[in-house]
Design a protein around this ligand. Structure first.
Ligand code: SAM
Length: 282
């Protein structure tokens, strides 16, 4: 396990993932019934953007760094508000010194009765995650393989909620594991919302992954893909994708507005683009 998210926190891929995550959580709060967030690959929870890791790559500057400098039209600002709220609440002034990971976004955008299950396998990251939320009875941090958690923690007792699956993609088989894990979890809990993140580096692997999802029989799968520039297998990450199973009915229209603006704001070169469609419709 060499992957450390501290090198990448706040980069363009985090912005796309976290802005979408915040939209889903905002939607879940429209109903009073409590819900659960299960984060199978949780990371540290909060990232220090002045850490050695963050300084070494500077990736956040091409992500959240660009967003906070941008002029944001009103309709986009309204959609980004829950995401920005979590960043504002974490930082005391206008500068962004700390960046919220998915656990912190979920913590800040959930209510008294909502619960979070955070799963992290890296011992050091787990320790930090556990310490960060030790005083919060709504949150349970678990040191476990996220793929096991995906199979065994659903359905949650609330029967409403979201499973975020955001693997490190260090293993060659991780796309197949992701498709298989989703199929098993969906079988146990077909009405849950699932948000899956994946890198776009190797087009063949991504195509096979999509074929596996289609073959699983799961319906209502929204696909959002995003490129800041064209890239290749061996170069740095320039594209990422999200699959949302059972998305809130509002999400496709929201992403239709958000993605073009994010593309304009985060693009770094030729080949920047996005796509939003139903990988599998109703
Ligand atoms: N979801 C986090 C966020 O948005 O802030 C970022 C997660 S990062 C992309 C992937 C995390 O998965 C890393 O912290 C890594 O240590 C952890 N990890 C790697 N393999 C794992 C496994 N099998 N089970 C659980 N966590 C794992």
């Amino acid at each position: 396990m060499n992957y450390r998210h501290a090198f990448h926190a706040g980069n363009f891929a985090d912005v796309v993932k976290h802005a979408t995550l915040a939209r889903v959580l905002d939607y879940l709060k429209r109903k009073p019934a409590a819900f659960r967030v299960i984060d199978t690959h949780a990371g540290l929870g909060v990232y220090d953007l002045s850490s050695d890791e963050a300084l070494r790559t500077g990736e956040w500057q091409g992500g959240i760094g660009r967003l906070i400098e941008a002029e944001i039209p009103e309709n986009i600002a309204a959609l980004l508000e829950p995401y920005f709220e979590t960043i504002r609440d974490l930082n005391s002034d206008d500068a962004v010194a700390a960046y919220p990971g998915s656990p912190e976004i979920a913590r800040r955008l959930t209510r008294r009765n909502d619960r979070l299950t955070l799963v992290e396998l890296h011992p050091r990251d787990y320790e930090a995650l556990f310490a960060l939320y030790a005083g919060d009875r709504r949150i349970k941090a678990v040191e476990l393989d996220g793929w096991l958690a995906l199979g065994s923690f659903v359905p949650p007792k609330e029967k409403r909620g979201l499973v975020l699956v955001d693997p490190a993609f260090e293993e060659t088989e991780e796309f197949a594991t992701l498709a298989d894990g989703l199929a098993k979890a969906h079988h146990r809990w077909p009405t849950g919302i699932y948000l899956l993140w994946y890198p776009i580096k190797d087009a063949t692997k991504v195509r096979h992954f999509h074929e596996d999802i289609k073959a699983s029989g799961i319906r209502r799968v929204l696909r959002a893909e995003f490129q800041v520039a064209s890239g290749d297998k061996d170069g740095p990450l320039t594209g990422c994708g999200l699959l949302v199973v059972n998305p809130p009915y509002t999400l496709a229209d929201e992403l239709k507005l958000l993605l073009p603006w994010l593309q304009k704001t985060l693009a770094t070169g030729p080949g920047a683009g996005h796509r939003l469609d139903w990988l599998v419709p109703e």
